[in-house]
Design a protein around this ligand. Structure first.
Ligand SMILES: Nc1ncnc2c1ncn2[C@@H]1O[C@H](COP(=O)(O)OP(=O)(O)OP(=O)(O)O)[C@@H](O)[C@H]1O
Length: 304
């Protein structure tokens, strides 16, 4: 069966050959406790940032870890990638902005399109893909000895962009504001990034990514090293950023997936097979009415 591609607003779809419904919420189900984010864009959706993965397969050496994964990540939406450990979520995420190719002996097949253009087009520079598709990692990784100001500007240097002092000042304020950190640090921009709390460091890393004005922001478990208050703050930031940046987030936290995402894709690598998307769809459908019993088991905490 060919992989299907998710259309925005479509009901949750199952890629399983035989769909088994699991209509009765289990005892201890997470479902009643999950407040699912209201889907939809209050204003006009952003002009760009339409990311589309088409039949992505991936290998580390001879070992195939993803098998023909297709997913549409529409502009202005938050897409959550969920699934048990080792099913290929991070690998898929890293393929979206060409980080997979940095790993020795890592290969891939398939296409990634950003606003219709092939991210892997040999005519395009790597930095082009990286500046259009930013990434925030699990562990906050600011340059610890560098000032808060220079940490934000470092995003520009990494992609080879030059800017004058005034432009940098504007960009630092804009990026820190969008990352929800400006009010906390505006009076001490010359202090080292490493002196901030973990949650603030993560928002600094978000600001650094935003400084190059990406159309897409990839987030690989961005809150897993943070306390609940910092986590909540990052989640609010994600909600605000989603107004003009497409966000793809890997999370193990089902409550978080329900709170922040508009659509979810459930990855699974069964019995040593490569990871695939078992089911995807609007977050509300994935949590309230999953079509595949494995999705139901996973979102209800029965495995993984
Ligand atoms: N650099 C690497 N070299 C070899 N194998 C790798 C490498 N990175 C990941 N893998 C393997 O690829 C598979 C998918 O890993 P990946 O990290 O993408 O899964 P994941 O779903 O993100 O897991 P987790 O939720 O634990 O982060 C796993 O079997 C993993 O062992």
């Amino acid at each position: 069966m060919p992989d299907q591609i998710l259309s925005p607003g479509a009901p949750a779809s199952s890629l399983a050959d035989t769909v088994q419904l699991d209509p009765a919420p289990a005892e201890n189900s997470l479902v009643p406790h999950l407040a699912v984010r209201e889907t939809g864009h209050p204003g006009r959706p952003p002009a760009g940032g339409h990311l589309h993965a088409d039949a992505i397969s991936a290998w580390f050496g001879d070992r195939k870890v993803l098998d023909r994964v297709s997913l549409d990540m529409p502009p202005g939406m938050v897409t959550a990638l969920i699934g048990p450990s080792g099913c290929g979520k991070s690998t898929f995420l890293r393929i979206l902005n060409r980080m997979h190719e940095l790993v020795p002996k890592a290969t891939l097949a398939g296409r990634v399109l950003l606003d219709g253009s092939d991210v892997y087009d040999p005519q395009r520079r790597l930095t082009e893909a990286r500046s259009a598709i930013g990434m925030v990692f699990q562990k906050p990784n600011p340059f610890p000895a560098m000032s808060i100001y220079d940490n934000v500007v470092a995003g520009l240097k990494l992609t080879g962009r030059r800017a004058g002092r005034e432009e940098k000042d504007r960009l630092v304020e804009e990026s820190l504001t969008r990352a929800g950190l400006w009010r906390e640090v505006s009076g001490r921009l010359d202090q080292p990034g490493g002196a901030l709390s973990g949650g603030q460091q993560q928002r600094l890393c978000i600001a650094r990514s935003l400084a190059v004005r990406p159309r897409v922001l990839l987030m690989d478990e961005p809150c897993s090293a943070l306390d609940p208050t910092s986590t909540r703050r990052i989640e609010e930031t994600i909600g605000e950023l989603a107004l003009d940046v497409t966000i793809v987030i890997v999370t193990h936290n089902m409550q978080q997936a329900a709170r922040v995402s508009d659509q979810c894709a459930f990855f699974l690598a069964e019995q040593g097979t490569p990871g695939r998307i078992v089911e995807y769809g609007p977050t509300s459908a994935m949590f309230d009415n999953p079509q595949d019993h494995r999705t139901s088991d996973y979102v209800n905490g029965r495995f993984g």
